[in-house]
Design a protein around this ligand. Structure first.
Ligand code: PMP
Length: 352
């Protein structure tokens, strides 16, 4: 009954959402603060009559708002149903192993190999250096590759690759191969590569409304790059689903992208909590990788990631660990509210 294709799939496993009790949820990098309150009057006055009609397949006003925010032209902006979908379209449009393998870091977003398997793209995982950083020369040293993708800051490490390094990479990498920078966490630290878009026609920057904009439930992501890259993404979208972002999502996205002041204030709170948590854990002898994201990646000598995860889960705190050689002793902890972090530290002090 099933195709050979489906038998080859190895789906991504999202962070768990157990329903057996209330948890402090620090396992999927969601924002602990609500989205902009400007959304409330829009939803209260929304005329349901508008739901009769299909939404704008070109995402006109939303793309214009994103373009304005990043000083681009609308033709340089693409929108999709979460950045996962935008990534999936980008893999389809730009990566093809006839031209070599796709390169991404050994420890990185675990959806990348899933898309590769889905489309039959061969890939090579490039090891991180001894400090868990991306070393661009390792990518440039590869003889043949069809493209590069990595998150900046990287996930699950949280480590930022400086813009200078990204510039160097783009200067030396073949200009007919696309480099995708997945900036899901860039608002929490690091410098965006958006400023390089006009200079490098093979650069695609992907963003999400799920993390710094606290709208994970909305399912909205976007890509920014040369208009030819954006055109290719539209071609993929229009061969698959004309309307990946519904009317309400598009409108809320537009409201959110404009409210920079509110989002700056909650991002600042998250950064402060991250720094304070990192210091407290270091004082207790934990090894904390320097993070520019809304999570930290930490380990304590003598403890496996699984033990930390299981012990904290019994306490009602969810974190994430990855059962992979090389990072097995780490857990990834999403930054929550001040209260969440206090509860976490109380448990850690008592238990480890
Ligand atoms: N990229 C990275 C690095 C992520 O961690 C995530 C969140 N799981 C995403 C993309 C996807 O986010 P979304 O689909 O919610 O926009």
């Amino acid at each position: 009954m099933l195709t050979q294709r489906i038998k080859r799939l190895s789906p991504y496993i999202p962070g768990e959402q157990p329903q057996d009790r209330t948890y402090i949820k620090l396992n999927t990098n969601e924002n602990p603060y609500p989205p902009t309150p400007e959304i409330v009057p829009f939803l209260k006055s929304f005329d349901i009559e508008r739901l009769r009609l299909y939404p704008d397949p070109l995402f006109g006003p939303l793309r214009a708002a994103i373009a304005e925010r990043f000083q681009l032209d609308s033709s340089q902006v693409f929108v999709g149903n979460g950045s996962d979908e935008v990534l999936a379209f980008a893999f389809y449009a730009f990566f093809d192993s006839a031209r070599g393998r796709l390169l991404f870091p050994e420890f990185s977003y675990s959806f990348y190999p899933v898309y590769c398997d889905f489309y039959g793209i061969e890939y090579r995982k490039i090891p991180l250096d001894e400090n868990f950083s991306i070393e661009i020369n390792d990518y440039l040293a590869e003889e043949r590759s069809c493209g590069i993708v990595f998150p900046n800051p990287n996930a699950p490490t949280g480590i930022v690759l400086p813009l200078k390094k990204i510039t160097e990479l783009l200067e030396q990498y073949p200009e007919d191969r696309v480099v995708v920078i997945d900036e899901a966490y860039i608002d929490f630290g690091g410098e965006s590569a958006v400023s390089l878009i006009d200079r490098f026609k093979n650069l695609l920057v992907i963003r999400t409304f799920s993390k710094s904009m606290s709208l994970a439930a909305l399912r909205l992501g976007f890509a920014m790059g040369d208009k030819d890259l954006v055109g290719a993404l539209f071609a993929v979208k229009d061969s698959f689903n004309s309307y990946p972002a519904d009317l309400i999502a598009q409108k809320i996205g537009e409201i959110a992208i404009r409210d920079t002041e509110y989002y700056r204030s909650i991002t600042e709170k998250i950064i402060q909590s991250r720094e304070s948590l990192s210091i407290q854990l270091e004082d207790l002898g934990w090894h904390v990788l320097p993070s520019g994201a809304n999570f930290i990646f930490v380990e304590k000598k003598g403890l496996s990631g699984e033990t930390v995860y299981k012990t904290l889960k019994e306490e009602g705190i969810l974190v994430r660990y990855f059962n992979l050689e090389g990072i097995r002793n780490f857990v990834r902890i999403t930054i929550g509210t001040h209260e969440d972090m206090e509860a976490l530290m109380n448990s850690i002090r008592a238990l480890f």
